[in-house]
Write a protein that binds this ligand. Sequence first.
Ligand code: ADP
Length: 257
Amino acid sequence: VQRLVVKIGTSSLIHPNGKINLQAIDQLSYTLTGLVNEGKQVILVSSGAIGVGMGQLGLTKRPREIQAQQALASIGQSELMTVYQQRFAVYGQKISQILLTHDVLDFPESREHVHHTMEQLLEWGVIPVVNENDTVAVDELDHRTRFGDNDQLSAIVATRSNADLLVMLSDIDGFYTKNPHKFADAKLIDVLHEITEDSVRRAGGAGTELGTGGMVTKLKAAQSILANNKMMVLANGANPSIIFKIMNNEPIGTLFV
Ligand code: ADP
């Protein structure tokens, strides 16, 4: 693996009490810097802006109004980048911010610009930190057009940047035969070669209060990764240094290949 995209979910970045998980961010910064120093090119897709914004304002419930969510994203995004900037700087790693919306990636000209910018950053050994531009994304009418807590966005970024691997970090060890939070007899699936209707059924409903993607959007991401003959690993982001093990080809989480 030469180029990888790492996607980290809200549930891995924010404690249940609403505080930023600084330890996870520190581990992530340490790990991704290590990979860059080994000569890998790394793109980070980070969720969490709305959650961090909620923490800043002391909100415990995600507001329903779109404008409140977008305002929280605006607050949280800059706070989140500040934390990333600080933690990565400790390890001497440069990062940048790229905020994307669907139309940017649908429109060939802006898509090209994103592509070239990304290539330039990677060539310079910078880690681009990508997120959906929540403040301008207008998807009140149809939530299915959103990137789904960045799961789909990370798959798009991975395929467009021709990355060999997408590592998706969540609050769960991988994809199970059923939701392990509901069924004690759920079993971890080590490898999956295709996403069938049966897989989607196993993914059940939505995710957590903070996370918005759930397992279904992760499977959709896996589906487009597989369609492009790339690999994806879904693993637990509780300790992001797990990425070192994944890069060592250790059997971690669920491998989609
Ligand atoms: P993130 O915030 O990391 O994107 P989500 O909370 O959105 O994570 O999605 C992960 C959740 O999906 C799990 O914690 C679990 O509750 C739920 N889930 C539903 N079905 C499954 C399954 N078959 N295997 C694993 N997790 C599942």
